[in-house]
Write a protein that binds this ligand. Sequence first.
Ligand SMILES: NC(=O)c1ccc[n+]([C@@H]2O[C@H](COP(=O)([O-])OP(=O)(O)OC[C@H]3O[C@@H](n4cnc5c(N)ncnc54)[C@H](O)[C@@H]3O)[C@@H](O)[C@H]2O)c1
Length: 439
Amino acid sequence: MPVRQGADVIEPKGRLGVLLVGLGAVSTTFIAGVEAVKKGIGQPVGSLTQMGTIRLGKRTDNRVPLIKDFVPLAKLEDLVFGAWDIFEDSAYEAAMHAGVLEKDLLKQLKSPLQKIKPMKAVFDQNYVKRLNGTNVKTGANKFKLAQQLIEEIAEWKRKNRCSRVVMIWAASTEIFLKQHAVHKTLESFEQAMRDNHRSIAPSMLYAYAALKSGIPFANGAPNLTVDIPALRTLAEENGLAICGKDFKTGQTLMKTIIAPGLKARMLGLNGWYSTNILGNRDGEVLDDPESFKTKEESKLSVLEYILQPDVYPDLYKDFSHVVRINYYPPRGDNKEGWDNIDIFGWLGYPMQIKIDFLCRDSILAAPIVLDLALFLDLAQRAGMKGIQEWLSFYFKSPQTAPGLYPEHDVFIQLMKLKNTLRYLRGEDLITHLGLEYYD
Ligand SMILES: NC(=O)c1ccc[n+]([C@@H]2O[C@H](COP(=O)([O-])OP(=O)(O)OC[C@H]3O[C@@H](n4cnc5c(N)ncnc54)[C@H](O)[C@@H]3O)[C@@H](O)[C@H]2O)c1
């Protein structure tokens, strides 16, 4: 199906189902936030689809509409939420437990939140060592579990009268898995599901079920999940959009804001030491070395790609990059991220930058979930299939086509995103060329 351009993008009609895997801190902060915005008691701060604008044409044209007025996005009123979790708590109880949003606010949203009860999860403790729950499906093998998900999705869509559905993984980080031969083709992947092969993680079963059900999929955690040839091919063949991995919030967001600036000024880097303390369930899961390894891989690659040591060896060769995450319960969701950055300038003179980011992880992640749900749905209606690189803006480890390196620079990512929207609407792309009469 070709990418639709100009006025050709299909308008959103009916309700959009947002299926979330995991009903923890991020998911409940997202759902409660949307409900608060709908009620007029909160603002969707941090969401490009709700607050962002886009410049069109020449600077003198003065055409700067809101993104949501420029491209046909689903309205917040038309979103319906569903979720799976290994715990039975409703979205209201889970949000109370997560402790991100104030209890007073949550009480005002109790009615819609309480209605969201998680479906039984596909879960295996071998992939998330620190968790154990009872709201879990049973099945003869992984293939059968995936079939259960497919049936459940169809039933959920029908019951909730949705015309379209998107799925987002916002469940715990699974252990580090490398690509395996069974991930190569759909046939080998399906056989491996029947064989209960170790290389098939629960997250892959959700992604498979989504793609088999005609639903685009985004991966908010660093798990391998949809980043394997079998599922990439399935997405292409079924004309479905996919993207991932790992929501770009907190420390990595800061890194991808600051590193491009250092590089733009040709300032050198000797080392970047990052450490975090966080006390939520995510922190507890990441306290397990195997889950942390998945996260570490995702966090470490960012600087290498932005700074290009091969192109600028005098500035960036062999810089030291360390990332630590420490589980510290008293902090809850309010993470603290410290960065010590050793840079050097003119004639190699050293300088230091210290960042102490008292951040709220789920507050930064919630608008990303909203934007991804709306943009994935847009991509689908525009006939865009396979990996959506223009959504790299939202990820720590953007998924790219094989052979391409990921773009991590947040400013280039934003330009790519906005130019994709301009392209979809048949508007001129903005190059910032700056020539008189052409700018
Ligand atoms: N908060 C952020 O800023 C941020 C940023 C990037 C990535 N992430 C990732 O997003 C994910 C969610 O983060 P969170 O803070 O909401 O974590 P959380 O622990 O509060 O929520 C995760 C939920 O997923 C559930 N779960 C685990 N395995 C499951 C399965 N197989 N099926 C269904 N449910 C399952 C858990 O029971 C839990 O309720 C994590 O993987 C985290 O690493 C979060």
